[in-house]
Design a protein. Structure first.
Length: 81
């Protein structure tokens, strides 16, 4: 598993954000929400598989990702165009 420091993660996120802003790739809100919804469902499914296999660490990792996606989707849903 790849481990990185908080500063490395911040820099990687900043680089990605700058690329998306520069290329104006944030215009497709509906497409982004569809992709995020699919990812949410996938992580819930994977979390449940991990739980069934008694892999509680894996289940928690998928739950955290699903929770983050849910919060992002909730934010997008609240923002009116």
């Amino acid at each position: 598993m790849l481990r990185s420091s908080a500063n490395e993660r911040i820099n990687r996120l900043r680089d990605l954000t700058e690329t998306l802003d520069k290329d104006n790739n944030r215009q497709d809100k509906a497409g982004m929400m569809k992709t995020l919804s699919q990812e949410f469902a996938r992580h819930i499914e994977e979390g449940n598989k991990c739980k069934k296999d008694n892999d509680l660490g894996g289940a928690e990792a998928h739950r955290l990702i699903a929770e983050s996606i849910h919060e992002t989707l909730t934010t997008f849903e609240a923002v009116k165009e």
